[in-house]
Design a binder for this molecule. Structure first.
Ligand SMILES: C[S@@+](CC[C@H](N)C(=O)[O-])C[C@H]1O[C@@H](n2cnc3c(N)ncnc32)[C@H](O)[C@@H]1O
Length: 215
């Protein structure tokens, strides 16, 4: 589960506002551009989609992009303030719906969404069991495609964090990671294959962005 204090922060109105402000910063604009570049390539492979679950949606950063791929979009997040923010930032935009839920307990039927999209949640999930359940839920609800990000255990950034922590140079919590082989086997167990899973940035980021399709 996301740490309670972090969840409460996101759920509060100020937390949603702060996250919107983040994307006015240069480094966020850079990662945003790189994410879009990868996603453009993924949608060349995918083509049109009919429906997409955007979980966590945050303030709806990806909602217009998913709509542009032909999808009716269901916006979902644990934070009520984030879910509310979507219609404030994008008024009069037709949506399939909005809801509050946890990323590892999605109240939707098996294979009910064409695409399930989960950007920047996994690394918030502090409990490894919840981290695994989140990925399993994405595959359960997706009919054809899953796109999600996670923090790679074998990334340079994680190796540096671990080394610094081991010699007492870093007091931060360990990163919330997944193994690449673990993700591959979760995909296979669910009947999916990983099409691509590049690093967002090889240096400076430990995130991978996965595109998986049902076999
Ligand atoms: C870093 S933001 C990412 C939002 C959006 N996907 C984006 O890329 O702009 C993380 C989001 O996850 C939500 N969140 C955190 N823990 C969650 C959980 N366990 N289940 C569902 N949403 C959660 C937060 O409220 C926040 O909106």
């Amino acid at each position: 589960m996301t740490l309670p204090e972090r969840l409460a922060q996101y759920h509060a109105a100020e937390g949603a506002e702060e996250y919107l402000d983040e994307y006015r910063k240069f480094h966020r604009k850079l990662s945003d551009r790189r994410e879009h570049h990868l996603l453009d390539k993924y949608f060349l492979h995918i083509g049109k989609i009919h429906s997409a679950l955007d979980l966590p949606c945050g303030w709806g950063r990806y909602m217009p992009y998913l709509r542009a791929q032909g999808a009716e979009v269901l916006e979902a997040d644990y934070s009520g303030s984030m879910v509310a923010k979507v219609v404030e930032v994008f008024p009069d935009t037709p949506l399939l719906g909005r809801m509050r839920c946890f990323g590892h307990r999605i109240p939707l039927a098996n294979r009910s969404m064409d695409l399930v999209f989960s950007m920047r949640l996994s690394h918030h999930l502090a409990d490894p069991v919840v981290r695994r359940e989140h990925v399993q839920e994405l595959f359960r609800v997706a009919d054809r495609y899953v796109i999600f990000s996670y923090f790679d255990r074998a990334s340079l950034k994680n190796a540096i964090r671990r080394a610094r922590t081991a010699v007492g140079l870093c007091k931060k919590r360990p990163k919330n990671t997944l193994g690449r082989a673990q993700v591959k086997s979760l995909a296979e167990e669910a009947g999916f294959r990983i099409v691509q899973d590049p690093m967002l940035f090889v240096v400076g980021s430990g995130h991978r962005l996965v595109l998986a399709e049902r076999k």
